[in-house]
Design a binder for this molecule. Structure first.
Ligand SMILES: [Zn+2]
Length: 459
């Protein structure tokens, strides 16, 4: 390079440096963001959720959290994303939050997304997986009291996040972490040897780590939102902790003082962190995920342009067949304790004259953030096929979040439904639904609705 070109290069660099802050400033002025968080670690002996047994807490590794990110675009349109270390938020709880936030802040259903990490070292909530646990009057009362407390705390936290709305810049990037294993296609006991021998694990996975950052005008990193498709089931002991997402969030918050790290479980219904069941493995997966996020943060991120659009719909998902009284009587006499509790509870409903709906209202959200991000929020335990399908259909920048608004049950794709097994077969009783199996058409119904909503927000 000649001196003249070098001078020219330096001049260009100076010019870019002079222009950059004003460009950044322009982007900063177009979004507002507010962040709030609240501890949700139970103070009383609410049981841990997610396995079909009684698990009374024996202490904590770290606190459990819920967090809220409020965003406002240049036209004053607002949304709030709630993330949490809950195992499962039932409709009976989220509906209370939606109603109160609508009344208090005029926040419409399409503008609020309540997600839960599906952490199996988190507490029971409301009637989520109600037949999973032995019925003890004292515990029933504790769960009810805790759930009401959490409704109030979530409403207050969202209010706080809205109150803190201030200019911010949004940026996005994509990383990768590989510890999630398709648990349908690999035998858990074989996985350590397969990894040690370098044998390929099989079955569909989604190892993407989508990242979005919220940065203040002065450069302060306010929030780091990130996702991964995997069950937080590394641990099954009796101690409060956030499983791998909890460790990942703690590590990111320790590295970026003052920033709030927020995790969404993308479509991890059929994905497990394997091998598992040891705290050091949980810490290792948390670290792997945090390191994947750090790698993204170290590279140039893509700014999210202004503009927010949202859409929401329920789609009715039909059951294959609503359970009959005779089937319930048989289940009540069977060996399976969860199934017997389920049958007894439903028979009591029949006694009271209740009838069962033949379908379940399944919530779906679509949010468009600028031209760069499309967030699809889906209820329940969606298997990885949904994320892979919608990312393929809608392209880069698409986040497909499962575990939104309502725990419901597993949501198999057509492939998984055809295969059957745990996530695709006759297990809806575990979730308290009045049927054993979904109809085979649910993927088509969901996809039709997702496509319509995405069309609405992309117009
Ligand atoms: Zn699950």
């Amino acid at each position: 390079m000649t001196d003249r070109f070098a001078t020219c290069g330096v001049f260009l660099l100076l010019l870019v440096a002079a222009v950059m802050p004003s460009l950044a400033g322009g982007a900063e002025a177009t979004w507002k963001a507010g962040v709030a968080k609240a501890v949700i670690t139970p103070e009383k002996s609410v049981w841990l959720a997610g396995y079909g047994t009684k698990r009374a807490p024996d202490g904590k590794l770290h606190d459990l959290w819920m967090k809220a990110l409020a965003l406002e675009d240049d036209a004053g349109r607002r949304v709030v994303l709630v993330t949490s270390d809950f195992q499962g938020v039932p409709k009976s709880m989220s509906d209370r939050v939606f109603a109160q936030l609508q009344e208090k802040y005029g926040l419409e259903r399409e503008d609020l997304l309540i997600t839960f990490s599906h952490n199996h070292c988190g507490p029971r909530l409301g009637d989520d997986l109600v037949d999973y646990y032995p019925v003890e009057a004292e515990q029933v009362a504790l769960v009810e009291e805790y759930t009401t407390q959490m409704v109030e705390r979530m409403v207050a936290m969202v209010g706080e996040a809205l109150g803190k709305l201030a200019p911010a810049r949004l940026q996005t990037g994509l990383g990768k972490a590989t510890f999630a294993v398709n648990r349908r296609n690999n035998v858990e006991a074989d996985v350590p040897a397969m990894i040690a021998e370098g044998k390929p694990l099989v079955g569909p996975v989604d190892h993407a780590v989508p990242v979005m950052t919220v940065t203040r005008a002065d450069g302060k990193l306010e929030a780091i939102l990130f996702g991964y498709a995997c069950h937080p089931t590394t641990l099954s002991f009796f101690t409060w902790c956030g499983d791998y997402p909890g460790f990942a969030q703690l590590e990111l918050e320790a590295k970026h003082a003052g920033a709030t790290a927020m995790f969404v479980n993308t479509c991890g219904g059929d994905q497990n962190p394997l091998p598992r069941r040891r705290v050091e493995l949980c810490e290792r997966y948390g670290h792997e995920l945090a390191a994947a996020v750090e790698e993204v943060l170290a590279r140039p991120l893509e700014p999210v342009s202004p503009g927010l659009r949202t859409a929401f719909a329920y789609v009715e998902l039909p059951y294959l067949q609503v359970v009959s009284r005779e089937e319930l009587f048989a289940a009540q006499q069977g060996e399976n304790a969860i199934r017997a509790r389920w049958a007894t509870r439903l028979l009591e409903k029949i006694e009271r004259g209740e009838t069962f709906a033949a379908s379940y209202p399944y919530p779906i959200h679509a949010w468009r953030l600028g031209r760069q991000m499309l967030v699809i929020g889906m209820g329940a335990e969606t298997v990885v096929d949904y994320a892979l399908r919608f990312k393929r259909e809608f392209g880069p920048g698409t986040w497909v979040c499962g575990y939104c608004d309502d725990m419901i049950a597993y949501i198999p794709s057509r492939r998984v439904w055809e295969e059957g097994g745990y996530e695709g077969g006759s297990n809806l009783y575990e979730y308290g639904r009045p049927a054993l199996r979904w109809s085979g058409e649910i993927e088509d119904r969901i996809a039709e609705t997702v496509e319509r909503l995405v069309g609405d927000v992309r117009e």
